[in-house]
Design a binder for this molecule. Structure first.
Ligand code: MN
Length: 243
């Protein structure tokens, strides 16, 4: 049974050389949960990005740049930060392909924003000025309390964390109609979503960074789900072996 999962990545330029990059904390958290993460470069042709899922039993959408507002029909805010429309296109294609295949999806930080946009929602382009609050959501060392909806998939997966880290510039504004908010900061900012349809494949999207925290429930829940998802190619191989 495959335990390989596809993981989205960013790109950055060091001393004039462009590199594909991903914080190792994602990779370590996935390995610790029994998974084999394979990075998907943000440079693929979006039309073929779904092929990256051929060997995968799940998709992880990771943190990074702001989403470009053209992906939800808005013009850039003065305080929009770095964007990468090539990465946006690859991740939107990956997400749609994963949903089409019924694969479990774990979406983190930028990932929850990507899921909301892919499903038809919008974002606060600059949370601090678009929705002023007593909570500083962009503090690299900051934490805030969290309320999790009892009975939700998220609650069954992580319980009630006393607090979560918070270093996100953007956040869900208008929630997509296919999604359900299941976690909030005390100021009402949406911090967790899942699919409204309870019969849908496993999907959890969170605004915090579980890979940089002690909480491992999300990775374990995702791993358990991914390990149950058979990969088509492997299934054919098994049948051939029986013959
Ligand atoms: Mn937050």
């Amino acid at each position: 049974m495959s335990r390989v999962v596809a993981v989205s990545a960013t790109r950055r330029t060091d001393l004039g050389r462009e590199r594909v990059a991903l914080n190792s904390s994602y990779v370590r958290a996935l390995i610790a949960a029994g998974l084999t993460p394979l990075l998907v470069p943000p440079l693929l042709d979006p039309a073929r990005a779904g092929e990256a899922l051929d060997a995968a039993s799940g998709l992880v959408l990771t943190g990074g740049e702001d989403l470009h507002p053209s992906s939800y029909g808005e013009t850039p805010h003065a305080r929009l930060e770095d964007t990468d429309q090539a990465r946006d296109a690859v991740e939107l294609a990956l997400y749609r392909a994963a949903r089409g295949r019924g694969l479990p999806v774990l979406a983190i930080c930028r990932g929850i924003q990507l899921v909301n946009v892919a499903e038809g929602g919008t974002l606060y382009q600059d949370l601090a000025s678009d929705r002023p609050s007593a909570i500083n959501h962009v503090d690299p060392k900051g934490r805030h309390r969290l309320r999790v909806e009892p009975g939700s998939l998220l609650h069954r997966t992580v319980g009630d964390p006393a607090s979560v880290n918070s270093r996100h510039h953007q956040a869900v504004k208008i929630l997509a109609p296919s999604l359900r908010a299941v976690a909030w900061a005390e100021d009402g900012v949406i911090e967790g979503v899942e699919l409204l349809d309870e019969g849908a494949p496993w999907l959890l999207a969170v605004q915090w960074h579980p890979e940089d925290d002690v909480e491992t429930g999300l990775f374990e829940g995702f791993s358990s789900e991914a390990s149950q998802h058979s990969v088509v190619g492997h299934g054919i191989g098994k049948q051939d072996a029986i013959r």
